[in-house]
Ligand binder design. Structure first.
Ligand SMILES: O=C([S-])c1cc(C(=O)S)c[n+]([C@@H]2O[C@H](COP(=O)(O)O)[C@@H](O)[C@H]2O)c1
Ligand code: NI
Length: 428
């Protein structure tokens, strides 16, 4: 099972998350991602660039709208900047825009949920990506509605409605769509502390919309002053993460670093981990083997029975010729990894061998299931297997054998009758 884990120890913002996920894509995936993102909005460019934070190299996503860097119009609004420390922060977002607003892609201080939905619906993106992006904005709208005490339809997005923010949201949704994880989880979210300046004025960190979006999500403030988690980041993480906590035990395949704009005493990045989890008992199988040339067929058959009784998954024998030209048997036991030691000891006890070889094998398997069909002989179970585009099923041997005994018929006749019923049952 493919797992995506998001580490938000320095909060999360849309562009940082997009950059971290971008790093997880294959080179071909990265090219396709950029090609898709760069044809979404005329004038909006998404460009990854190598960035370093506390000596760690990762990716920073430069999102420019008609050549202007993301939020450059108001440094206070750039991610992870403590707004109240710079003079430009005194200027509201709308004011910062006046004078270069008309005909500008940033018409965001008028953006409503309906506007965003219309924009997202028209994008040349898979339906799943557009639906996810709209859902993320639905969350932001709910949070804004609660924060400002207005109905959702009357919410006017300010910064979060800007084209660069919409680009961050769609970029994250697209990257997740391309990565196709089976499960997503995240760490508790570091929010930062202090105050931030935005279109509404100077607000506490976490910003009200962020706090609303993270209701039900484990999060914390700390010593670091600044807005570490933005509303967009909060909406994305709460939309996609199904669980919050420590990284699950998984075999890591790839790690992505999405680097933020500002340097902090701690590395300012979102880390994304892609890995595999699975029940190792399901994914691996152990082969225990020995060569035997001094046991009778009866004794060896007895040993096989004992091993099956003790949990072996299968026991097999292959004839071979051993040293001194002796006819012998390669005796193999298949077992779960957890049973290896116990069954190896049982083999040493039950057979004449002085040694057992052990080999752990990876398994590629179809998912098994059982269904029951009603037949002229009574209910018969079918063993089904599916996955990798394959589906197959066959009658359970024991059920057919029991039915054949009850009916006093040959096994093959009952087997074929059951198969005919099975086919009728499937196409009904
Ligand atoms: O745009 C709006 S309406 C907005 C609302 C709020 C509230 O908490 S209410 C906060 N902000 C601030 O805007 C910037 C941009 O955030 P992104 O999510 O687009 O990165 C951030 O400082 C928010 O706190 C905007
Ligand atoms: Ni707001």
């Amino acid at each position: 099972m493919k797992i995506l884990y998001l580490e938000c120890n320095m909060g999360v913002a849309g562009d940082m998350l997009m950059a971290a996920l971008y790093e997880l894509l294959s080179p071909a995936g990265q090219s396709s991602f950029l090609a898709t993102m760069n044809q979404l909005f005329p004038g909006v460019e998404v460009r990854p660039r190598q960035a370093v934070t506390c000596g760690i190299t990762g990716t920073h996503m430069d999102v420019t709208v008609r050549g202007e860097p993301e939020h450059s119009h108001d440094v206070a609004l750039s991610h992870h900047q403590d707004a109240v420390h710079a003079p430009v922060h005194e200027m509201s977002h709308d004011e910062a825009h006046h004078g270069h607003e008309h005909g500008h892609a940033h018409s965001h201080h008028h953006t409503t949920m309906a506007d965003v939905t219309a924009i997202v619906d028209a994008l040349a993106l898979p339906l799943e990506v557009r639906a996810a992006a709209s859902a993320v904005y639905g969350r932001i709208a709910q949070a804004e509605s609660k924060a400002h005490g207005v109905p959702v339809e009357q919410v006017h997005f300010h910064e979060v409605g800007a084209l660069d923010a919409v680009t961050d949201v769609t970029g994250v949704c697209l990257a997740i769509h391309m990565l196709r994880p089976d499960r997503i989880s995240a760490s508790p979210i570091h929010l930062g502390s202090g105050q931030v300046c935005c279109a509404h004025g100077v607000m506490p960190v976490p910003a009200p919309a962020t706090a609303r979006l993270l209701e039900g999500v484990p999060c914390y403030t700390g010593d670091i002053r600044g807005e570490l988690c933005t509303p967009t980041g909060a909406a994305l993480v709460s939309q996609f993460a199904g669980a919050f906590g420590p990284m699950p035990v998984m075999t890591l395949e790839k790690t992505g670093y999405g680097v933020g704009a500002k340097e902090f005493p701690a590395a300012n990045c979102v880390r994304a981990f892609l890995g595999e989890v699975g029940d190792p008992q399901q994914a691996e199988i152990v082969e225990l083997c020995c060569h035997i040339d001094d046991m009778t067929a009866e004794a060896l058959a007895f040993a096989g029975e004992q091993l099956l009784d003790q949990g072996a998954l299968d026991v097999s024998s292959i004839p071979l010729t051993m040293k001194k030209g002796r006819a012998g048997i390669a005796f193999t036991v298949l077992c779960r990894p957890r049973d290896e030691e116990r069954l190896a000891q049982a083999m040493l006890r039950q057979t004449s061998t002085n040694g057992v070889r052990s080999r752990c094998c990876r398994k590629y398997i179809l998912s098994p299931s059982i269904r029951t069909v009603d037949t002229a002989y009574g209910p018969v179970r079918l063993k089904c297997a599916s996955g990798e585009g394959v589906y197959r099923e066959k009658p359970e041997y024991e059920d057919v054998a029991a039915a054949a005994r009850r009916a006093g018929l040959p096994f093959q006749q009952v087997w074929e009758d059951v198969l005919t019923t099975t086919k009728e049952d499937r196409y009904e």
